[in-house]
Design a protein around this ligand. Structure first.
Ligand SMILES: Cc1cc2nc3c(=O)[nH]c(=O)nc-3n(C[C@H](O)[C@H](O)[C@H](O)COP(=O)(O)OP(=O)(O)OC[C@H]3O[C@@H](n4cnc5c(N)ncnc54)[C@H](O)[C@@H]3O)c2cc1C
Length: 339
């Protein structure tokens, strides 16, 4: 077990801001895992889990303990003629796992290629991209309570998965629990999910040439073109969730803004394109202190300097206020924020 005191978070999160965490504990195997409750009894609170830090913003020093699970084992749990269920350790890199599953001839994860981060963080906000979400493959999540070491298995139905959300992200019930592994059911039979606009052109591919690997390669190429690489330009991907509104709210908005961009959801609800709202308010490319809205992607805030954490939060807040004043819509942050 590695225990670090007063550690710099700059290399440990995607915004790369120079802030300090009071304590960082890295757990590498099951034996160390069992010692965790005892070690934590001496460690400063609060306790927060840390994966690769691609969805976390530290706007100031963190006075508590960050815990990283570097648990990287995976094994086959069940198999039938059409599928396999895999249990994958929380510390496994998400994209490497996607590639590994494709290499084994399994499909289901191809649309989720190149999402940065760990497998353990995938259920927290029910990661999603290009028409597929983690919920579509999840069978269940294994958790441990940090202070007591108590373990629990939560079936996918009980995880409260929703758009960029789960019971683990919302509320107090699970705030002191950590994901140790997740179970994913992947298919031996390839069923392409290409309804998302950026992938629709693939329907014209010859049936014999369309494969999970082709979708994965396409998604990777689109993402590399569209999104700034956090290693080169520090960012946490989409900073805001797409707001969901009722049908009445949508009609009222459409009266004033006839070109509003939205997508229909089940239950008569509508998802507004947050990027469009921000762009319309004139924020794309704008600088704010050491932060900036990305030139090509209005949802992405970038940090131009390792001292820029405060600027990023000020910029985010200014955007929220402007969108509220202009459209009467509340934008919510997607990443976890310590401020
Ligand atoms: C360029 C870029 C593109 C992105 N694109 C997408 C996208 O298309 N779709 C999408 O959904 N997300 C996207 N994201 C966000 C991010 O990749 C995901 O949220 C990812 O799952 C975060 O993984 P992580 O290991 O970095 O988690 P972290 O950022 O370290 O943590 C995220 C949250 O999960 C918690 N957590 C981490 N590990 C555990 C654990 N083992 N147990 C309990 N809680 C834990 C943390 O406490 C925190 O609340 C993008 C981010 C970037 C930088």
């Amino acid at each position: 077990m590695q225990i670090h005191r007063r550690v710099s978070l700059a290399p440990l999160h995607a915004l790369a801001c120079e802030v300090i965490a009071e304590c960082l504990i890295v757990i590498e195997n099951e034996w160390e895992f069992q010692q965790l409750p005892q070690v934590l009894s001496q460690a400063p609170e609060p306790f927060w889990m840390l994966g690769c830090g691609t969805n976390m913003v530290f706007a100031q020093d963190f006075p508590g303990t960050l815990i990283q699970f570097a648990l990287t084992t995976s094994h086959l749990l069940e198999e039938d003629s059409s599928s396999q269920v895999w249990r994958v350790g929380a510390g496994v890199n998400w994209h490497q796992w996607v590639l590994q599953s494709l290499g084994m001839g399994l499909s289901g994860l191809e649309n989720l290629s190149l999402i940065p981060g760990t497998v353990g963080a995938a259920p927290i906000q029910n990661i999603g991209a290009y028409g597929v979400e983690f919920v579509d493959v999840c069978q269940g999540v294994s958790l441990v309570e940090l202070k007591s070491g108590q373990r629990q298995y939560v079936s996918a139905q009980a995880c409260g998965f929703a758009y960029r959300s789960s019971h683990f992200k919302q509320g107090k019930r699970w705030s002191q629990w950590a994901v140790t592994s997740v179970d994913m059911k992947l298919s031996k039979v390839f069923i392409p999910q290409i309804s998302y606009p950026d992938l629709q052109h693939l329907q014209f591919s010859m049936e014999s040439t369309l494969s999970a690997k082709v979708i994965s390669d396409t998604v990777i190429a689109i993402r590399q073109k569209k999104l700034p690489d956090p290693k080169k330009i520090p960012n946490v991907g989409s900073f805001f969730k797409n707001p969901v509104v009722s049908s009445e709210h949508l009609q009222a908005l459409k009266k004033e803004h006839s070109n509003l961009v939205y997508f229909a959801l089940p239950d008569d609800q509508y998802k507004l394109a947050a990027a469009w709202l921000i762009d319309q308010c004139g924020w794309k490319g704008k600088r704010w202190g050491l932060a900036q809205v990305h030139q090509q992607h209005a949802l992405v805030l970038v940090c131009n300097d390792s001292a820029g954490a405060v600027s990023v939060m000020e910029l985010a807040q200014a955007i929220v206020e402007d969108v509220w004043k202009t459209y009467g819509v509340v934008l919510q942050f997607e990443p976890m924020v310590w401020s």
